[in-house]
Design a protein around this ligand. Sequence first.
Ligand SMILES: [Zn+2]
Length: 312
Amino acid sequence: MKHYLEVQHDIIKQFQKKLCLYPHCQNKNKDIIKAHTIQKSQSLKSISESGHVLQFDQTYNGIKDFVLYGSCQPKKVGINKATTFYGFCKKHDKSLFSAIEDDEIIPTEEQVFLFTFRTLAREYYTKSAAVNASPVFENIAQERPEIRHFLNIQNAGLNAGLKKLEKIYLSFSENLMKRNYSILNHLFIKINQIPDIMCGGLLYPDHDFDRNLIQDLTDVDILEWVSFTIFSQYGIGYILFSWEYESTIVLNFITNLLTHSNIINRIVGFAFEYTENIVFSPQWWNKLSPAKQKDLCFRAYDNYHYDFYSEN
Ligand SMILES: [Zn+2]
């Protein structure tokens, strides 16, 4: 069996694969950069301390520390690295996203489309990497038969999820090439301060804000998704949800959110629960009560029911 560090290296390698997800890009390997999903100079810098923001460690080690030792200590991440992935070449990262990086956020239909495309690209990249890393876990399972059942479920979910994302990605790529941006509904919230947390993800909400079940996550084919980004520009905070016009479950989910009085608090809780691509201000985190910190930490890790870590 491979040494633990070798296994970790194999997994990390999958998450450093370089490619450009701009449709038909020829720069397959060269000029691929660390593309930010949350803009660095306007957003990440504004909540950083000595060039760092905080993030819960969602790697194997981080999850293990949470499950075995209840560790809720977020780790520091440099803003050059935070929220990045190797999913675009330099040329396309700049040209494709200039309407949301350099222009004022209105948002126009094009801007909503681009925010959505960016969360989609990251999700597609991450899921592909996870599927490519699954043979590494197969090796572990040979030594640890108790994780076999968990692994089978995880692999089935990952493969189905990737197939679905591929479909969404191809359809978005086609619309991007035709400059057909009018396919998305959205909710845009402006707040008069820089948000303490920032995130970007494409996810499948399974409960509304009253904890009612709204869709069954096991049926991947018919799942409805929502793209979700929190960022800032010129000292103003923005929250953007976007979804396809025909997604009625998501529309009801958003309508349910708007019936609540403390919308921002609800959104913060939702952000920690549903996306791992989330960073936050060290100053804000350090001022939270231990109970509040624990609550957010449990929200962040609760999606992982890794029972097999509880070794007897
Ligand atoms: Zn490219």
